[in-house]
Design a protein. Structure first.
Length: 153
């Protein structure tokens, strides 16, 4: 189990195969939390992110904040690896995390990820966790995903 905490930046770098329960246990000992409402604590960090991080804070509460600050992954079709180092949101170029989060492993295999953590005793915004309605893709969205598939081959 690999979990590296950067307390000053409130980021944790965690291996993709670590479970949410293991991660929360380590963070809890430090007075921190992912602040995630998830029943399945045996879910791996990778599976959770690939499912769209259900139970995470609503991203619209603070558009400057971020759940995923950086990650290391491999392109599934080629095996080529790359790293997105943690940095301020939108300051590091295209949002390649969008190829990972909620995509159910379609293009990328996550190796490790930098996640935003929160102080356990910090005030929390009062809102329900974000639950997307996962609508069906329209033809233009399907065409875009197909173009991404082609480009990554």
């Amino acid at each position: 189990m690999r979990i590296d905490l950067d307390r000053k930046s409130l980021l944790v770098n965690v291996a993709a195969n670590v479970s949410l329960g293991e991660l929360e246990s380590v963070l809890g000992a430090e007075g921190l939390s992912l602040d995630v409402d998830v029943a399945a604590h045996d879910t791996s960090v990778s599976d959770w992110i690939e499912a769209g991080a259900p139970g995470a804070r609503n991203a619209w509460l603070d558009p400057a904040d971020h759940l995923i600050a950086g990650f290391a992954a491999r392109i599934r079709s080629t095996g080529a690896g790359f790293v997105i180092h943690p940095g301020p949101r939108r300051a590091v170029g295209p949002d390649l995390g969008s190829l990972l989060s909620g995509m159910r492993g379609r293009w990328l295999q996550l190796d490790s990820v930098w996640l935003r953590v929160h102080l356990r005793d910090a005030p929390r915004p009062k809102t329900a966790p974000f639950e997307g309605d996962d609508p069906a893709l329209d033809p233009s969205e399907t065409a875009l995903l197909d173009a991404i598939d082609e480009a990554l081959r």
